[in-house]
Design a protein around this ligand. Sequence first.
Ligand code: DGJ
Length: 621
Amino acid sequence: MTGDRIVIDGGATTLVLGVADDGRLHQLGLGGPDAAAIDASFPTSLYPLAYPTHGEEVLREPALRATHGTGSTSVRLLVDGHSEQLHPHGRVHRIELVDRTAPLLVVLCWRTWPEHGVIEQWVEVTNTGDAPTVLHQAASAAPAVPGDDPWFTHWGGGWAQEWTETTEPLTPGVKSVASAGGVRPSLHRAPVVLYAGRGRATETSGSVLAATLLWGGDVRFDAEVALHRHTRLLAGFQHRGAERRLDPGEWFVTPAAALVWSDEGIGATSRALHRWARDHKVRDGHRPRSIVFNNWEAMFFDLDTDKVRAVVDGAAAVGAEVFLLDDGWFGDRHPRDDDQQGLGDWMVDAAKFPDGLGPVIDHTLAAGLRFGLWVEPEMVNPRSGLYEQHPDWVVAEPGRERREERNQLVLDVLQPEVRDFVLGVIDEAVALHPGISYLKWDANRDLFEVGSPALPADRQTHLAIDRVRATEEIMAEVARRHPEVDLMLCASGGGRSNLETLRWFHELWTSDDTDPIDRVRIQWGASHLLPASVLPAHVTRWGGKPIGFACAVALSGRFGFDLDPATLTDQERATATQATATAKQIRTVVQFGDLHRLVSPVGSSRAALAYVDPATGKDRR
Ligand code: DGJ
């Protein structure tokens, strides 16, 4: 192996690795296709390590840290083998590294997508010894980024403030950005960053690396600048509170990161991610999305059959294609009249809908719209029949107070009967209401007291990863059982904005903030990762802006509405109807075209973008 060069060829994104004389793996190059041209006279050992570990590079931030069964805390890896295989769209490389003395096998894995210019990377860690190992952290990727003028872009916020951009020059030290809370991570921190090593990149110029984590849980990015040394980006799951115990023979596979390089500015990285997402990640990525009319902001919890029918009529009048009945339709002894109770009791509220949802669904279908329903299957209000019956079904720590957020707790899907219950919520909603072809799957709180009886005492920290994977297994099963039902992903707005969970969803609710002025900035930020086809943008009354302006902003995403149609003046209704017709006309270009961001709303009061039909070159601005 010594002296070997390994080229991970992702087309526009290329990573070159080399094995030094002492057997350590180094990164020789990262960039466009010409990154493969390496100066052979420069010693491999002087290049940065490809995957730095705690105890190897003492002064640098590690990608991996573990405590072995002996109590030893350092990891020093040497290359032990390399294999390469084809997959339908590129290659899979696996480089095996073993510790010099401790029983640890670390396999670095890459999947290339040369047509899209994307490289995926993940890591598999196996305890090959006969005593338990504790894995404290394991980043998915640790690319060193060339250049001595590093700039970092990341997005964060909170409820109704998703995708607030920060672009900053990096100074020596480590800049860490991360999410927490486990359930709605991207509400706080988006799972994508930009790293420009050779000065600030613009939309159309400069070298830049975009990195995203394909992960529905908490993420962490550490951008490190070492004085007079190379800079590096660590991308992985948030390891704080997520340690893994690996028994002899056990292994752990990290989520994958995706890396996209551009020498022509930021715009090219977004277009590559959009194409890759539509072709390979998002569910039914090439199916045009429908125009949805949601009733949440029109009605909140104030529902009954006639009121809902009236909104359906208004939705039909402006030309919408799906009517979505949001929160508030369910509950029994604890009717869902506000957000304080009823969550978990998924029977139709007989006081609001004495004949069930049938009359509303029939009315919707007769009006020519499809019918959609809101659920929040992973959560429970303590004031519910479900909680009264099963107080032990929630994520909690024994003896610790159960703090509520939005008056609710998180169901513990690691318990098999809870998993079956969550699946059953969807199965029943679909089985009992023939005519449903759209579901909005919401989740409105984070995790505080993290514990599960399904895990032994020495593995309680596994919940951080295992809960995400268990939830995604349920989502995958829902998609498998109900292929005819479109799914919208929501977590208090855009709390689950990542490319992994979208494998089972058609779109995700971008943000609860629908003030068109704020929305320009939010949609702009989200477009650095997600294509417009998965980003609903609804016309509402939020912010009290003119309907025409709200329509113009919503037309740049997956168009829809969330307002009381009875409040529309004749002129506003005409504007909304015209906008719906326009949305139908332009949706192929907006949802499947190439996005060019022209004027940034960040720090300015103007914004402009264009979607270009790659086949004809025609654009929609
Ligand atoms: C939070 C979502 O983001 C809203 O769109 C709405 O569905 C509410 N939950 C309902 O409780």
